[in-house]
Design a protein around this ligand. Structure first.
Ligand code: ZN
Length: 309
């Protein structure tokens, strides 16, 4: 089962990840069944046993305060303001199910990071990667920055000094990048379509690629630019946003990366972790349309089958 001897990879998921199903009308391109589909398929193929799946806790307010401003978190207690922040046409003013969903999934990212670190293995959260969220505001369908919260939580316990965030979602990880702009302990690496923000920082690499970029150019950008970051920064922990939206069949992104190219990308990142025996927490990031689930599924399946060389 993947990874180095005796350290099985794990999956993080719980049924509350499905509560966003109510928001389906507003985000039709996002397959709300995607993560359940991945879980079910992994179980069906006996790659994962149900009892081995890690179930996250509901993220506490105290944890959210590690990254977000109190006044902003207060506003998120009002479902109408949550609806506004996400530009939803309709929300039930009496039911804050959207925020509940975010808090369970963000709890999942924290669990994935903590477990990966503690057991020195690879852990996949079947969701997460809200990389546009800022300390004081939502952006791009991201309410809370789960990756930054997870980072702050493990740092608080003084368990890790240098963290590398590799963000290969089609969109720039601008929220995470700005949160850590002056922080020498967190390096942010992102390959994406267009810049949402620009930054001069010794601990940030941002690569913008053109529309309809194909496998060869995309993979070369990754393979040339990522390994030097490991040499320069020498991280203790990796967090990987394996966004599925550079995929050619994605209904939102306009990159032309094939299914094989997406798997090559993901396995390249995984192999960097393997080679250096680094704990790796993976979050899903974006990925839209009915074919999107396969991208993350292919990656998890390859890791579970132990294809690390
Ligand atoms: Zn995206």
């Amino acid at each position: 089962m993947g990874w180095f001897a005796g350290k099985p990879c794990r999956i993080v998921y719980r049924s509350e990840y499905m509560t966003s199903i109510h928001a389906q009308d507003n985000h039709q391109t996002f397959d709300v069944m995607k993560f359940k589909k991945i879980r079910d398929q992994l179980v069906k193929e006996r790659l994962v046993r149900r009892r081995q799946i890690l179930a996250p806790e509901f993220l506490s307010e105290e944890d959210m305060l590690l990254v977000h401003q109190k006044s902003y978190l207060e506003s998120l207690k009002n479902p109408l303001l949550v609806g506004q922040a996400l530009a939803l046409d309709y929300v039930n003013p009496w039911d804050n199910y959207i925020m509940e969903y975010f808090r369970y999934v963000a709890g999942g990212t924290t669990l994935a990071v903590e477990y990966a670190l503690e057991h020195r293995t690879t852990v996949f959260n079947l969701g997460g990667g809200y990389h546009h969220a800022h300390p004081d505001r939502a952006e791009g369908f991201c309410l809370i920055n789960d990756v930054a919260i997870a980072i702050e939580k493990v740092r608080k316990k003084q368990r890790v000094e240098k963290i590398l965030v590799i963000d290969l979602d089609y969109h720039q990880g601008n929220g995470t990048m700005l949160i850590y702009r002056d922080d020498p302990g967190v390096f942010t690496f992102s390959i994406h379509a267009s810049n949402w923000a620009t930054l001069e920082s010794p601990t940030n690499v941002d690569l913008e690629l053109p529309s309809h970029v194909q496998d060869a150019v995309y993979l070369a950008a990754l393979k040339e630019n990522l390994p030097p970051v490991f040499e320069r920064f020498d991280p203790d922990l990796l967090i990987y946003l394996a966004g599925g939206d550079p995929f050619i069949l994605d209904s939102l992104g306009d990159f032309d990366i094939t299914e094989a190219g997406m798997l090559e990308r993901d396995m390249f990142v995984y192999q960097q972790a393997c080679r250096r025996k680094l704990p790796l927490a993976v979050v899903a990031g974006g990925g839209y349309g009915p074919e999107s689930w396969r991208v993350y599924y292919n990656f998890i399946k390859a890791v579970l089958r132990g294809r690390c060389k």
